[in-house]
Structure formats: structure tokens, C-alpha cells
Design a protein around this ligand. Structure first.
Ligand code: GLU
Length: 261
């Protein structure tokens, strides 16, 4: 990825599979490393907004529930898990002297003009105050008509709300491949995409993880929204939080989505 752009306002989306073990319990080492690297990126002068999944996964783990859950159980689990997540983020970021805030959204906040204006203003003020907003869908009140459905889409919308210059999707895959890497060992990672074509959409297939709701299709949809708003996007594996340093240095890691012209 070659360009001389320096990113100054970055949205980082962290998927459930990055935050939790397959048991649904928090992956403590991973989250600690992640918060350390994010704090360092923020210290380097970059404004950060985190879109964190994991409310449902953590809540299900903490309550000892089995999946799949019915809607009220899922919403109750999100209510428990969101609390646990924010407790952890608050505690860990505080170690590096950073203040976090919780922002829970539904489509109404984005699509109803008056509410959209409020959320734009609030986010702007939070960033001016040096806060790291931690955003999630308000799963406890979200029903079909007002839900985003997945945090890939939500993170692209948040990027447009805050006018981010980069969106980083931390997932359980290394990026977009020219064929399904689970089926074909010779599949090759695509390093850079400059336009969302039918061919790219077809490559996305329907691969997803069992913990979150997003798959490659929702990531490509997020890339489309981001590129329309002149926000660069990159998909990287969240397994190694240090990867974020490589992203900030624009190294050839993951798959970059950069609109040309
Ligand atoms: N909002 C959901 C949660 O916090 C996750 C949605 C997603 O993973 O895309 O559990």
C-alpha cells in the first residue's frame, strides 16, 4: 500500500472472535495487548474510535447459556455482556491514562435527521475532549426494524459520522482471498482493492465466524460505504494486535480498500 497519507482519525472495529475464546469468555491476554497497542497509537497523536462487538458473546459466556438463543435471551445477554466489556475497556485504558465512553446506537440515531445531528455533534465533542468512544449496536433494544445487524456495517457508518480517514476491521481472517482459503490451500490474499466490483462481491462468498454476525460479505459492504466517503479501509487478523502498528505504517498486511482518484 503506497501513498504518503498520514492517518489522523481512525475507527477500529473489533470482532467478537478477536475478543473472546470459543467458550465465549473474554480472551484476557488478547484484550490486554489490544488496549496497549491502541493506547500507543492514540499517544502517537491519532484520534481513535473503537467499534466493539462481543456484547452477546460475552453475555452468553458469563450467563452460561447455550446458543442459539431466542431474541429476549440474546438481548438480555447483550445487556450483561456490554457491561462486562465496558468495565474491562475502562479499566485497561485507564492504565494508560486514557478515558473511554460508551456509545450505543440503533439505525434511528443515524437515519432520523435530528438524531443524526446529535450523534455527529456528540462524537465530535468526545474527540475534542480526547476521549476514545467505544461504540456498539444497542443490542438490548434493537429489533429488526432499527438494527444494523452487524458491526461491519455499523463501523463504516460510524466512520462517516466522525469523518474518519481510515477504518480498520479486526477479524478472524487475514483478508480477502482470490478463493476460499479454507477449501483451497493455494488461495492467495488480495493486497489491495480499488473498486467494489461484482467480481470482488463474488469472491466474498458467505464465509463467516460462529461468534459474530459478520462475514466477508458484510466487510465488502462496509468497504463500499467507506470508499464512497473517501475513507480507506483495511481488513486484518485480530489475532495479533501488533498488526495495528504495521497498518499505521501502511505495510502490505491484510487487504486494503483504497479508492483511487
Ligand atoms: N453487536 C453484536 C455484539 O456486540 C455483534 C455484531 C457483530 O459481531 O457484527 O455482540
Amino acid at each position: 500500500m503506497e501513498n504518503s497519507k498520514h492517518y489522523s482519525r481512525v475507527v477500529v472495529k473489533i470482532g467478537s472472535s478477536t475478543l473472546t475464546h470459543s467458550t465465549g469468555h473474554i480472551n484476557i491476554r488478547r484484550v490486554e495487548e489490544l488496549v496497549k497497542v491502541l493506547s500507543d497509537v492514540k499517544n502517537s497523536g491519532c484520534e481513535l474510535i473503537v467499534v466493539s462487538s462481543g456484547a452477546v458473546a460475552v453475555g452468553v459466556g458469563k450467563l452460561g447459556l447455550k446458543r442459539p438463543c431466542d431474541m429476549p435471551t440474546k438481548q438480555a445477554a447483550a445487556s450483561v455482556g456490554q457491561c462486562e466489556l465496558m468495565y474491562l475497556y475502562d479499566k485497561l485504558f485507564a492504565q494508560y491514562n486514557h478515558t473511554v465512553s460508551q456509545v450505543l446506537l440503533t439505525r434511528d440515531e443515524v437515519e432520523i435527521p435530528k438524531r443524526n445531528e446529535h450523534i455527529v455533534n456528540t462524537m465530535r465533542r468526545l474527540l475534542e475532549l480526547g476521549v476514545i468512544p467505544i461504540v456498539n449496536e444497542n443490542d438490548t433494544v434493537s429489533v429488526e426494524e432499527i438494527e444494523f445487524g452487524d458491526n461491519d456495517t455499523l463501523s463504516a457508518i460510524v466512520s462517516s459520522i466522525v469523518g474518519a480517514d481510515l477504518l480498520i476491521l479486526m477479524s478472524d481472517i487475514d483478508g480477502l482471498y482470490d478463493k476460499d482459503p479454507h477449501k483451497y490451500p493455494d488461495a492467495k490474499r488480495i493486497y489491495e482493492v480499488n473498486a467494489i466490483t461484482d467480481e470482488i462481491r463474488a469472491l466474498a462468498g458467505s464465509a463467516g465466524s460462529s461468534l459474530g454476525t459478520g462475514g466477508m460479505i458484510t466487510k465488502i459492504a462496509a468497504a463500499q460505504i467507506a470508499m464512497q466517503n473517501h475513507t480507506d479501509m483495511v481488513i486484518i487478523n485480530g489475532e495479533r494486535p501488533q498488526n495495528l502498528y504495521d497498518v499505521m505504517e501502511k505495510k502490505a498486511i491484510g487487504t486494503w480498500f483504497v479508492r483511487k482518484g
